[in-house]
Write a protein that binds this ligand. Structure first.
Ligand code: FES
Length: 128
């Protein structure tokens, strides 16, 4: 193989590799959700509050709010709601329906999670 033949093969192959790498790299950079964990749940929640293992789902007709069930104090899983107040079982922090602490020791709000609706699959995709 002489130099001319080598370059005829090398440049197109190198170009294809570059295009592939650029495609992979830009997908990761521009897809803001690529590092987030996604959880799909069937959208059959009743109106009101639903405590899931990892999520607190508040549904009011068509409006949804989803919080992480992890307490903002030390991360215990909130598993109790009474009179629209979430109570952490570990140290007793309480949060209102907006995830705002109303009783310590937690000082920060619960983490509100992004989600999207997949109406074709009747699912909620939660990013956490
Ligand atoms: S972990 Fe929830 S109050 Fe401490």
């Amino acid at each position: 193989m002489n130099r001319k033949q080598f370059l005829k093969i090398f440049f197109p192959s190198f170009g294809v590799i570059l295009i592939y790498l650029w495609d992979r790299l830009t997908k990761n950079i521009f897809d803001s959700n690529f590092r987030e964990k996604q959880t799909a749940l069937t959208n059959d929640f009743p109106n009101g509050i639903t405590l899931q293992k990892d999520f607190i789902i508040i549904k009011n007709k068509d409006k949804l709010k989803i919080f992480s069930s992890r307490c903002s104090h030390l991360g215990c899983r909130i598993n109790n709601v009474n009179k629209n107040i979430f109570t952490c079982p570990c140290h007793g922090s309480q949060f209102d329906l907006n995830g705002i602490p109303i009783k310590g020791p937690a000082a920060k709000s619960l983490t509100e999670l992004k989600f999207k609706m997949d109406s074709k699959q009747n699912q909620i995709i939660i990013f956490s």
